[in-house]
Design a binder for this molecule. Structure first.
Ligand SMILES: *Cc1c(COP(=O)(O)O)cnc(C)c1O
Length: 359
């Protein structure tokens, strides 16, 4: 499959002030897009000027939320080149989500090349300032014209890119997290391990209520018994429990984060005992009472690592590490971001430089 180029004749002004990029509000000049139908399969892959999609109001994505997405970043290296971080993992996960959502997978190497070609064409949009990056958003939606409550037969895969500000522009600060007892994000047999917009819809009300009450995010319990902690809004959770690094084991209710996978790899390399298992809330609260809950942090592409200073359960605050960033948390953050921004060696071959493609 080849990729056609339609390069814009009206490039936009790039943001002058990189201290004010925010997240996902500014987009580059181009997008990648490819269509699927049963006759031709995936076809007409092209990079074209970023523009509106034209969809029939009966497109199944609007009615049955048949949609999946990915989130990754491209980073400016100190030598001026650009690199991605474990992007092949995003392409693989996209296809796992596609299968769960009854959508057609798109060849992983092809996805990877399309994304690298898009970054290459818009490379001047990758910001230079400390901590900034180009956020990548591959998305697959159901297209066509049918209200039938079945899987669509036509699909669109597209990738858009957003230069984004440093997540910790104001400094890294521990967050307050409310343990959610009333709502559930995912249940056994459901869609929790697929990166699909519907999971976010399921979480927004709880998140808004928590934020209105002064918290940053919610920590989800397992949807069936609501006794074990699973993950945060868009982050996996880690606990440092009595010196061990503990995270919930994957199943069909937890999103298999690439940052999570990287933290586990690093933790083992650093000599920690790592446990992937069920984490009863009761155990956590008891560990807190005994002084054994030493640190807690979230992991995800956006923040990389987010220290947790307070878990709030049933209206009671459980303060962790004196509401300060713990040494293990900081160590993972530094190790990961140094690899991502090419400030340190990449011993695991997690990064790939974006080459200049012929077009
Ligand atoms: C994307 C996502 C994560 C984090 O995954 P990364 O690959 O580390 O960015 C965690 N939980 C949910 C629900 C997510 O959608």
């Amino acid at each position: 499959m080849n990729i056609k180029y339609n390069v814009t004749t009206k490039p936009q002004q790039k943001p002058q002030d990189e201290s004010n990029l925010g997240f996902g509000k500014i987009f580059t000049d181009h997008m990648f897009i490819i269509n699927y139908n049963p006759q031709d399969g995936w076809h007409n892959g092209r990079i074209e000027p970023l523009g509106d999609l034209c969809l029939h109001p009966a497109s199944p994505v609007f009615h049955y939320a048949q949609e999946i997405f990915e989130g990754a970043k491209a980073y400016r290296r100190p030598d001026g080149q650009i690199q991605t971080f474990r992007l092949e993992e995003n392409c693989r996960r996209m296809n796992r989500s596609a299968i769960r959502a009854a959508m057609p997978p798109l060849d992983e190497d092809f996805q990877y090349e399309a994304i690298h070609r898009l970054i290459d064409l818009d490379r001047d949009w990758v910001p230079h300032s400390e901590g900034t990056s180009l956020y990548l958003r591959p998305t697959m939606i159901a297209d066509g014209k049918s209200l039938g409550a079945n899987s669509a037969t036509e699909f669109i895969y597209f990738v858009i890119c957003a230069p984004s500000g440093a997540y910790y522009a104001g400094g890294m600060k521990p967050v307050r997290i409310r343990i959610e007892e009333r709502y559930a994000r995912a249940v056994k047999g459901g869609m929790g391990s697929a990166k699909t917009g519907g999971n976010y819809t399921a979480s927004f009300k709880a998140t808004k209520e928590a934020q209105d009450a002064g918290f940053d995010q919610v920590l989800w319990l397992d949807g069936r018994t609501q006794t074990c902690v699973e993950e945060v809004g868009a982050m996996n959770m880690f606990f440092v429990l009595d010196g061990k690094v503990v995270t919930a084991d994957l199943g069909d209710t937890i999103l298999p984060g690439i940052t999570r996978k990287s933290v586990i790899h690093l933790a083992k390399a650093k000599g920690y005992t790592v446990e992937e298992r069920k984490i009863p809330l009761e155990e956590l609260l008891e560990a807190h009472a005994n002084g054994k809950l030493q640190e807690a942090f979230g992991s995800g592409t956006a923040a990389v690592i987010s220290p947790v200073g307070e878990l709030n359960y049933d209206g009671k605050p459980y303060i962790i590490n004196n509401n300060e960033i713990g040494p293990v948390t900081m160590d993972f953050y530094n190790t990961l971001t140094n690899i991502q921004f090419a400030k340190a060696e990449d011993p695991y071959n997690w990064t790939d430089i974006v080459k200049e493609y012929e077009r």
